[in-house]
Design a binder for this molecule. Structure first.
Ligand code: ADP
Ligand code: MG
Ligand code: ZN
Length: 476
């Protein structure tokens, strides 16, 4: 009845740098409690923070990919509050002068494109973890996560429903993964979102919002948005009033519960951190990050469609993970057979990964061996069945030499084998001078003879096989 839902997101993502943001401690998920700590990240008196340059670089990457202004002078602030997992009793973050501002990301929902504004991106440190342990009858604290770098990405209140919010988070996740800045494992908490929801009548100013923190699945986010917007509408329709507050989403109960009225910036006594210098980013540094920005999935998809003539569907499978795209690109460029390589990766390899429950993160396939096989099948030297069998062998056992396997099992197609040998013989008898040069040790002559054979094979020759046939004939 004329109600409109308004949503804004604050996304936290843990950066996958080797070390923490303000000290040299290693970051290692799942390490034994309190083994990745030092005086600095546990707030010992006199220990000082020292900024990790890679964190700034990762933040620049994300800002550039999200069309932000990179603030060449930015700085850190202290956000003071007490919590047992925060040994300094303040978090170092950026409030007054964040590193990235004023960006946007376009999302596709229901066939239309919508632009979501990015208000800012800032760098901050994560806190530790409380472990509630009934065996010791209390709560333990693990400081390993203290000082793990986080980026907080804050959107404008531009979403109108849960599907838009999820589409945004999926696209953002893909970008962060392809930028190689975070592993974005929502189930491990390395990507999590605070969801702000309000409702209003069309054309009216923004309504009072509720914030639900640390949601870590798309499903929970969707349910929380739908529940909360229905709750707001109900309160208002019944003549009630809403308060700005932080609510806890309970995914098991499918409901949200009030935690506390929303604190504001004054409550945290934010002030510039006196232990850290402002961050000054030089033009050269920014340019070097810009020019080495990894290619994003959306750009890869366009490129595959345009330059290789692949379908949109196949391109999206190939870009479903950075390792899959990298494998496809390596096989395609080694074999010079992009279409055959695309079919191989999006078909057989995906099937094998599925059957062996291999996550893309663990994908380790010998691209060179795969491209040899692609070359053989594309040139009609082996049939589809041999191809499929050999692919599976190489996939499951990387010590296998596919060419040897094919030779040992006499799987090369005879007819074309004969054809190559016949042409090699003919070329050798037509070019006695080159043969003499080769025998005299002039290596150029080999290339010339190779070229002659390849030309007569009218582009269908497999260079590896021709090289072999030619070497055999010359050396016999
Ligand atoms: P704070 O930093 O105190 O949490 P901000 O004003 O920075 O508050 O906003 C935080 C998030 O809340 C942003 O993503 C913003 O888009 C969103 N937001 C702000 N006002 C509203 C509103 N009325 N309804 C929904 N989302 C909102
Ligand atoms: Mg907030
Ligand atoms: Zn440390």
């Amino acid at each position: 009845m004329g109600w409109e839902t308004v949503i804004g997101l604050e996304v936290h993502t843990e950066l996958s740098t080797n070390t923490k943001i303000f000290c040299g401690c290693e970051i290692s998920f799942g390490a034994p409690p309190n083994t990745c700590v030092c005086p600095s990240c546990t707030g010992m008196p006199g220990a000082l923070p020292k900024l990790n340059k890679m964190v700034v670089e990762y933040a620049m990457r994300v800002g550039l990919a999200l069309n932000c202004t990179i603030e060449r002078n930015n700085r850190f602030d202290r956000k003071s509050y007490f919590y047992p997992d925060l040994p300094n009793a303040y978090q170092i973050t950026q409030l007054y002068a964040p590193i990235c501002t004023n960006g946007h990301l376009d999302i596709e929902v229901g066939g239309t494109t919508k632009r979501i504004g990015i208000r800012q991106i800032h760098m901050e440190e994560d806190a530790g973890k409380l472990v509630h342990d009934s065996s010791v009858g209390g709560t333990l604290v693990d400081y390993n996560r203290c000082g793990v770098p986080l980026l907080e990405i804050v959107t404008n209140p531009d979403f109108s429903n849960a599907s838009e919010a999820v589409a945004f988070l999926e696209k953002l996740r893909e970008i962060l993964l392809f930028l190689e800045v975070s592993d974005c494992r929502m189930e491990q908490g390395s990507m999590r979102a605070d969801v702000n929801v309000s409702v209003r009548k069309e054309g009216e100013p923004l309504g009072v919002r509720a914030e639900m923190k640390n949601l870590n699945s798309f499903k929970a986010i969707t349910r929380a948005i739908e529940y909360e917007s229905a709750r707001h509408i109900q309160v208002l329709e019944n003549g009630g009033a809403l308060v700005q507050e932080t609510r806890r989403w309970d995914d098991d109960k499918g409901a949200s519960f009030s935690m506390r009225s929303k604190e504001n910036a004054q409550d945290y006594r934010y002030f510039p951190d006196p232990d850290l210098l402002p961050v000054n980013i030089s033009e050269e540094w920014l340019e070097s990050v810009r020019s080495s920005l990894p290619e994003l999935a959306s750009h890869k998809r366009e490129r595959y469609i345009e330059t290789f003539g692949l379908s949109e569907y196949e391109s999206s499978i190939l870009t479903s993970h950075r390792n899959i795209a990298a494998l496809f690109e390596a096989i395609a460029s080694n074999s010079s057979q992009p279409v055959e390589s695309a079919h191989l990766v999006s078909g057989e390899i995906m099937r094998l990964m599925n059957n062996t429950a291999t996550p893309p993160d663990d994908l380790a396939v010998d691209a060179e061996k795969m491209s040899t096989l692609v070359g053989l099948v594309a040139n009609g030297r082996i049939n589809r069945k041999t191809f499929k069998d050999a692919i599976e062998l190489v996939f499951t056992d990387d010590s296998i030499d596919p060419e040897k396997y094919i030779e040992d099992n006499k799987l090369l197609m005879d007819s074309s084998d004969d054809a190559v040998n016949t042409i090699v013989d003919a070329v050798l008898s037509e070019n006695p001078d080159a043969v003499k040069d080769y025998n005299d040790g002039k290596s150029k002559a080999f290339g010339f003879l190779m070229g002659q054979v390849m030309r007569q094979l009218a582009g269908k020759g497999n260079p590896d096989l021709v090289r072999k046939a030619l070497t055999n004939a010359l050396d016999s």
